[in-house]
Design a protein around this ligand. Structure first.
Ligand SMILES: Cc1cc2nc3c(=O)[nH]c(=O)nc-3n(C[C@H](O)[C@H](O)[C@H](O)COP(=O)(O)O)c2cc1C
Length: 271
């Protein structure tokens, strides 16, 4: 067993209100990780927390997450989310999408898509379904993990239709076991990968838009400024070769000339 400060923390957020198939898939996944000896895990049942539906005021994204007017358990969940070295989102397929519980949680996390902080941490998802369309949900989770800037291990889908044949049960177990091996490797590597051209483009475009269209009245602007992201190569120190450097520079300069400067935004400022 690794000493306490070497232990990696993994939090799994479960979007089913019952402890059945989604829970069992998550338990197997987490047990596999614990068996490695240097991982401690927590299963967070979203249904055990008071989490209200987002009212759409946009205060969290625009002005700061601490200004959310809803008084509930969001901050407890955020502590678990941001305090983990690895995160798992697990949801049943409900009407061809994530469960309502999970979607409420994702909406309350939307501010972190603006101001990402998953760098070097691992992310994956488990979708559980009776019949069909879970792959779309897994792709959606992958996109969320990427937006939060985690190192994403592509999510997997397992089946729950009863009565379950031995073949399906074994296939599910194999899927979860393989996922936990891949997740552990990503978790333990803690790597900060060199950005792809697409990631570089998104970063440079986003930060140039913020620099020109926002000002100190906006949390995104302050966050980017305080992190040094207006002048850095990327979100974190990385080595860009000459081609990527030239590409990144041209994205900056192209958008700098085209995005209209909009200081003020008086209508929303100081809200
Ligand atoms: C409201 C509701 C909607 C569902 N919609 C779908 C669906 O669109 N596609 C599907 O394959 N399964 C669907 N299912 C089946 C669940 O995904 C399946 O029963 C799953 O195992 C539920 O997870 P749980 O066992 O952790 O509660 C639905 C179940 C419920 C309760």
């Amino acid at each position: 067993m690794a000493s306490e400060d070497l232990m990696m923390k993994v939090a799994a957020f479960v979007g089913s209100a019952r402890r059945q198939h989604t829970y069992r898939a998550v338990e197997r996944f987490l047990a596999n990780l614990r068996a490695r000896g240097d991982v401690e895990t927590e299963t967070v049942f979203l249904s055990d927390y008071r989490l209200e539906i987002c009212k759409g005021c946009t205060l969290c994204t625009g002005k700061g997450e601490e200004l959310c007017p809803l008084q509930d358990d969001r901050d407890l969940l955020l502590q678990k989310f941001f305090g983990a070295d690895g995160v798992v989102f697990a949801s049943p397929n409900y009407s061809f999408n994530v469960s309502g519980l999970m979607k409420v949680f994702l909406d309350r996390l939307a501010f972190a898509l603006h101001r990402p902080r998953g760098f070097g941490k691992a992310f994956t998802s488990i979708t559980v379904e009776a019949i069909y369309r879970g792959k779309e949900i897994a792709r959606y989770f992958d996109f969320i993990g990427m937006g939060l800037r985690f190192n994403v291990v592509k999510g997997r889908v397992v089946k729950s239709l009863e009565p379950m044949t031995d073949e399906v049960r074994q296939r599910n177990e194999k899927t979860i076991d393989r996922l936990s091996r891949e997740f552990y490797a990503t978790l333990a590597s803690r790597k900060l990968p060199t950005p792809s051209l697409f990631e570089l483009f998104m970063f440079r475009w986003g930060r140039t838009s913020m620099r020109l269209m926002l000002d100190e009245g906006w949390r995104d602007y302050c966050y980017y400024r305080d992190q040094g992201w207006f002048t850095s190569d990327y979100f974190y120190p990385t080595r860009l070769g000459p081609v990527k450097k030239a590409f990144a520079w041209s994205v900056d300069s192209w958008f700098s000339r085209r995005i209209p400067r909009q200081p003020g935004h008086d209508a929303l400022k100081g809200k």
